[in-house]
Design a binder for this molecule. Structure first.
Ligand code: GLY
Length: 316
């Protein structure tokens, strides 16, 4: 039994491991651990009280993948339901002939299955942070009085901030049967354009699990993981015969080939089917956590550093 998670999964890993020790599945453990992060109001990158989009609306993305069957469930741009990982799991479990539901469709589905709904997803403090940012790029009054008519294109370009485009939670578990599950949940970039979808709900970009090889999950600038297919790349490189470490480094180095003017940070955690694990980051000092079935508590691991030159908009 093993769980690895991004560092902000610290709040959830103990209960996730308790579930595995109780004989629950890897998918149960991933959902339990992720929900505890989604419920944490001090984490502004996941679940309730995350940073909202440019209009001040919280839009959540999440996905979960079953390494036994490659079955997956995902939701994107979902408003009003704090536990995005649980709704994503139900997309998989309810045997919809779909993998990813977005926007009003995801919300309708969440309501139909009785997912927990919340009227107010943001604290006053986060609303103030959003308002203060908005004031630097336009007028908050425009957004308040004419949200549907306000031109957002330039506001988003100037409001988004490389320090607030990362932040997401990853959990990957191997249960006592050797089955692997990976899950990812996020509120995405702060001050993003409404409807923006990151890598977290995109199977193959921010999340991938395959019992035969291993699994990978990402945090960081989702656009990059979408363009490079990062999580799937790690697993595919293992399928092609690379060991975990080489596979993970190769997928991170692939990101250097991305052109364009918006290149930020990327982080991944990954494991192979034997339980070897790794964390990599383009940022100095980043850590991830892990716990095996015989450990009383989790441990922290330094992530290996991969150089990715940041380019943040020539317009700035
Ligand atoms: N990695 C999360 C996002 O870009 O939305």
């Amino acid at each position: 039994m093993l769980i690895i998670a991004s560092h902000n999964g610290t709040i959830g890993i103990r209960q996730a491991m308790a579930a595995l020790k109780n004989g629950d599945s890897a998918m149960d453990a991933v959902e339990i651990g992720t929900r505890l992060v989604e419920a944490d109001p001090s984490d502004h990158t996941v679940g309730c009280n995350g940073y909202p989009n440019i209009l001040g609306e919280l839009e959540l993305d999440a996905s979960i993948m079953d390494g036994r069957t490659l079955d997956s469930g995902a939701v994107a741009v979902m408003r009003g339901f704090p536990y995005a990982i649980s709704v994503a799991r139900q997309v998989l479990e309810r045997k919809l002939p779909h993998v990813l539901l977005a926007g009003e469709g995801a919300e309708r589905f969440a309501r139909e299955i009785g997912a927990e709904e919340r009227g107010e997803m943001l604290s006053d403090e986060i609303r103030q942070v959003w308002r203060a940012r908005l004031a630097t790029v336009g007028t908050a009054q425009d957004v308040d009085s004419r949200p549907d008519e306000t031109a957002l294109l330039d506001m988003v370009k100037f409001a988004t901030d490389p320090e607030r485009v990362a932040g997401t939670v990853n959990f990957i578990a191997i249960d006592s049967a050797g089955d692997i599950c990976s899950g990812v949940s996020t509120s995405g970039w702060a001050w993003k354009y409404p409807g923006r979808i990151g890598d977290s709900p995109i199977i193959g970009a921010g999340n991938y699990a395959d019992n035969r090889y291993g699994a990978c999950a990402c945090t960081g600038m989702g656009e990059m993981a979408i363009r490079a297919g990062t999580a799937r790349s790690v697993v595919l490189y293992m399928r092609m015969g690379m060991a975990l470490e080489e596979a993970a480094h190769t997928a991170m180095r692939d990101l250097r080939d991305l052109g364009g003017e918006t290149i930020g940070d990327m982080n991944l955690i990954a494991l192979d089917r034997h339980g070897a694990h790794i964390g990599l980051s383009s940022e100095v000092g980043r850590k991830y956590i892990y716990q095996t079935g015989d450990m009383l508590q989790h441990a922290e691991m330094e992530r290996g550093l991969v150089d990715l030159p940041r380019r943040w908009g020539a317009r700035r």
